[in-house]
Design a protein around this ligand. Structure first.
Ligand code: 1HN
Length: 345
């Protein structure tokens, strides 16, 4: 590959004349924006152990009343992007949110899409477009683009959840904004019951629900059961993994980020091919090693880590007796829509 000229090769006077007219020579930066063979990711492999984060989040509960925070969140920031950018990867925002008993996080809606993976506590709920979604450990709740959402807590102990948003993408597009609203009237309780059974959907008088987000809550009890059933019924399957999808269409449940749950059988090592999408792993139950070039993270309850795309990773269950359950978020849906998604073996 040709070595290209640098900025310093150019006379200072010429560079000043370019700057004066908001012009930039391409060739000194060409190899940086178009590196050979594979991208040079800013995203570093990073792990955020829950044990370290939890006391600081609870302290935030003492230091900052909810009225002063609106959303009391510690952001899981990737130093590769600069902490102030609040990005786990180029496309994924992660935050741990704390809601204390009796608190209320007011209604709003915004352009970025969010999901919440519940980490601990009970008695809290998120109301999404009038649908009251109870928050229990391991549940996945969607608050997609444009839908009103607010959080409340009728329980006794702190509730913590992991927020996963496509905020970096929507912010980069200069399309990120919020609208504040009033407390919603609850119109539907636990609408996920409409989609309890795989393969059949409500079709009253031949009409189907054509809303873009027909299912907002994926209870962990159901997802866990689906994984365990898969492991028993299809022992030969390569990975015991299920995707969170729109039950009306079978497509990814959101348009930018994708979500799945993986069960590592006792003692299992699972080598994932290098894919172009960045990935987040969050341990729901059990304990697993995440091994990639130059790094190994040991995940146990509620630990979260992030890895860049184009990298091979092996997930290993640390227990020989118990399954391990991992929640995965990635940006494959966006990459597929844009035509840049790749799998390399
Ligand atoms: C948001 O709306 C929530 O509703 C949490 O709980 C975190 C981070 C950035 C932008 C919006 C929430 C968020 C957020």
């Amino acid at each position: 590959m040709l070595e290209l000229g640098s900025l310093e090769d150019l006379p200072e006077e010429y560079r000043a004349a370019l700057t004066e007219q908001n012009l930039v020579p391409l060739w000194p930066s060409l190899r940086a924006v178009l590196p050979p063979g594979k991208p040079i990711p800013r995203t570093k492999p990073v792990c955020w152990p829950y044990k370290g984060l939890r006391p600081l989040l609870l302290k935030a509960g003492e230091l900052t009343p909810i009225e002063k925070a609106e959303r009391r969140v510690l952001v899981l920031a990737n130093p590769g992007h600069g902490l102030e950018k609040m990005q786990a990867s180029s496309t994924i925002y992660l935050g741990m949110q704390l809601l204390l008993p009796g608190e209320w996080a007011p209604a709003h809606r915004h352009t970025p899409n969010a999901v919440r993976m519940i980490v601990e506590g009970e008695g809290a709920y998120t109301t999404v477009n009038g649908e009251k979604c109870p928050m229990n450990r391991g549940d996945l709740i969607l608050t997609p683009t444009g839908l009103w959402h607010e959080h409340g807590h009728d329980g006794e102990k702190p509730v913590v959840w992991l927020d996963v948003l496509d905020l970096p993408v929507v912010y980069y597009m200069e399309a990120s904004y919020v609208t504040e609203g009033n407390a919603q009237t609850v119109s539907v309780e636990a609408a996920e019951h409409a989609y309890q059974l795989g393969g059949v959907v409500p079709a009253p008088v031949f009409t189907r629900n054509d809303q873009p987000f027909p299912m907002l809550r994926y209870p962990w009890a159901n997802v866990r059961k689906a994984l365990e059933t898969l492991a028993v019924n299809q022992p030969e399957i390569e990975a015991v993994q299920v995707a969170y999808v729109n039950p009306e269409t079978g497509s990814d449940c959101q348009k930018i980020l994708g979500f799945s749950a993986l069960m590592l059988r006792p003692g299992e090592h699972l080598a994932l091919p290098a894919r172009s999408s960045a990935m987040v792993f969050h341990q729901i139950e059990g304990s697993a090693d995440v091994t990639l070039e130059g790094h190994q993270f040991c995940l146990s309850d509620a630990d979260t880590c992030c890895i860049p795309g184009y990298i091979q990773v092996t997930l290993s269950n640390r227990s020989a007796d118990l399954p391990a359950f991992i929640f995965i978020a990635d940006d494959a849906p966006l990459q597929k829509k844009l035509g840049v998604y790749e799998v390399r073996n």
